[in-house]
Design a protein. Structure first.
Length: 153
């Protein structure tokens, strides 16, 4: 019996299987985490690109004060989000001071700057909830936000 035990201790044929059994869960967790991260980053890039496209609509058209609804619906369609998740805000600055009304006019001695900001919010649900727990999501979702601002004048 002791002789058989010594032979088993010297036998190295099963080492690879034991090493694989030890490291397979670590490798699987790493691969799943990387795929979730890649999916989340892809979604973030999609909503950023949608906000840039919405601002492009403003640059090719004439400057108006009533374009917000059109830009908002275009951004929502490009991002694949409901209109409620898209916000379009505009403001006027005279010498760096923000004014309440976009259509106001600055005095001739002041520098005029008009800005438009498109913000898109998207909820990303990872495959496993560990990522949302780490990032602060209570319901298993991670909130992604894209903000793009353009000076139009």
């Amino acid at each position: 019996m002791i002789m058989r035990l010594r032979q088993l201790l010297r036998d190295r044929r099963g080492n690879s299987v034991i090493e694989l059994a030890l490291f397979a869960p670590v490798i699987a967790t790493f691969v799943v985490g990387m795929s979730d991260l890649a999916r989340g980053l892809t979604r973030k890039f999609q909503i950023e690109q949608a906000s840039y496209r919405a601002l492009e609509l403003i640059t090719v058209g004439a400057l108006q004060t009533d374009y917000s609804a059109f830009v908002r619906s275009a951004a929502a369609a490009a991002a694949g989000e409901p209109i409620a998740n898209v916000t379009v805000t505009n403001w006027l600055e005279c010498d760096g001071v923000k004014k309440a009304n976009f259509s106001d006019v600055c005095t001739s001695s002041q520098q005029t700057a008009r800005y438009v900001k498109v913000q898109i919010v998207s909820d990303f649900r990872p495959t496993f909830s560990y990522m949302a727990d780490v990032m602060g999501g209570a319901d298993g979702r991670v909130r992604l936000t894209s903000r793009s601002t353009l000076r139009v004048q």
